[in-house]
Design a protein around this ligand. Structure first.
Ligand SMILES: Nc1ncnc2c1ncn2[C@@H]1O[C@H](COP(=O)(O)OP(=O)(O)OP(=O)(O)O)[C@@H](O)[C@H]1O
Length: 212
């Protein structure tokens, strides 16, 4: 998978969030998108997911079979972010089984294995609404990381995690970021330390440039 951006820009109303971004994200690499609060990291991540439309320039997704139809990109990716909710009426087991029914997990891993990797093996039959914020974040992470997808997008992956949760995340990334295209939106080196490439969204932010 390669994501190619050519002079790509995104604006909300009169404000350019980023502009003139030409870049290639390629499989086998992990990228960090950094920048201060409100600078547009999440917006760029969602443009890369095909979930938010860009405003100018081009974006394309390519795999070994050729160009991927933008409407089909979602099938190749998994994402964890603060704006993506869990189904809180379900137990963790029900939620992960439901997810698996339309997006399979990596072969060879059961839901028990996945929950064990983040220390939730004893909470699999508890409704997610009774989970703590850190427990919910662990479910979001395993849902994304264990999905059998090429493109893995993580927005603030260690939100609400304690030190042991952060260690678990780092160990998971060590193991499951190989042979994938991983993009992390974050300001925290603990979340993106494993990334080979680091981009600052500020490099593509027009200063005081408004649409006329
Ligand atoms: N749907 C939207 N409509 C209008 N403006 C939006 C929308 N989504 C985001 N914005 C604006 O775009 C800018 C960038 O927001 P974004 O959430 O991408 O930043 P961020 O760098 O991820 O921030 P943080 O580090 O706080 O999570 C902000 O000014 C935000 O208010």
């Amino acid at each position: 998978m390669t994501i190619s951006l050519s002079d790509t820009g995104k604006r909300y109303n009169r404000e350019w969030i980023f502009r003139g971004l030409s870049y290639e994200f390629t499989i086998g690499n992990a990228y960090a998108i950094t920048g201060p609060n409100g600078s547009g990291k999440s917006t760029l991540l969602q443009v890369l997911a095909g979930a938010v439309a860009h405003s100018e320039g081009k974006i394309s997704w390519t795999n070994a079979a050729g160009i991927i139809d933008p409407d089909q990109v979602y099938k190749q990716l998994s994402i964890a972010g603060p704006y993506l909710d869990l189904i809180e009426e379900m137990t963790a087991l029900e939620f992960l089984q439901f997810h698996q029914s339309f997006k399979p997990f990596l072969p060879g891993f059961s839901i028990d294995d996945m929950l064990e990797r983040v220390g939730l093996q004893n909470a699999l039959n508890k409704q997610i609404r009774f989970y703590s914020s850190g427990m919910k974040q662990r479910i979001k992470l395993i849902q994304a990381i264990f999905s059998d997808t090429t493109l893995l997008l993580l927005d603030e992956p260690c939100s609400n995690l304690d030190a042991s949760g952060i260690s678990m995340y780092q160990a998971l990334m060590e193991e499951f970021s190989q042979n994938r295209l991983v993009i992390v939106s974050s300001n925290d080196p603990q979340e993106y330390g494993f990334c080979q490439e680091k981009l600052s969204i500020l490099d593509w932010k027009p200063v005081a440039k408004k649409i006329r």
